[in-house]
Design a protein around this ligand. Sequence first.
Ligand SMILES: [Mg+2]
Length: 273
Amino acid sequence: MGAAGTAAFAVGDAGTSVRRWHDAPMPWVLDLDGVVRLGTEPVPGAADAVARLRSAGEEVVFATNNSFGRVVDQVAELEAMGVPAAGSLVTSAQAAASLVEPGERALVIGGPGLVEEVRRRGASVVDAGPADVVVSGLDRALTYDRIRLAARTIRDGARWVQTNGDVTYPTPTGPEPGAGTVAAAIAAASGADPVVAGKPEAPMAVFIRQRLGDEGIVVGDRPDTDGRFAAALGYRFCLALSGITTAADLPVDPDPWLVGADLASIVTEVLGA
Ligand SMILES: [Mg+2]
């Protein structure tokens, strides 16, 4: 395995295929917001780029910190954008559930996607303490009583697993409170800190490496999450300038292996035209 992040290729380097470092099919981990879609709109060329990767034999996985929606609903949203995603979506809800043991009693503060993954793991979802673990994420029905219940259950000795730390998430009308805001309330009430599962933290990296192996490519639009996540995975980081990061922000830390205008140009650079 070569050292990730050390090459200094840029999209447009004439005559060099960055693909030369590996001849076998390669797993690609694609961030969604800012790479595949912007809000509810697809990024131009992204659906075709995903299709080109798959027809070249590459495995494509979409990694999202969205724990709220059920996988089937998130897949349907991607398919409506022309991106087939069945069996290819990894969520922070799955990563959080991987930290719950089958048979445990779990108090879930979160959406239907999180409840579903904790149940799929073989844990029993309880509505009140006692519980072995509190699993929290974005919860649009959060109430004072649920915060109180989570804090009391943690104080009584339950572990605390949090889907992801993003305090807000972007929408076309501006940032909305995210899972990290829910965690902040529970942290304040309980005096505890959670184990955070989602990007860029280690549990989601371990979860993906178990599926995809030790070598791969991460494409994302945020060095602070996607770049750090690639480092946690030991994968190469490709920065797409189609989301939150623009050319004016360069250079960035961590240093990307490859920078491209968008997913389509990155795929062309890695696979060849
Ligand atoms: Mg993104």
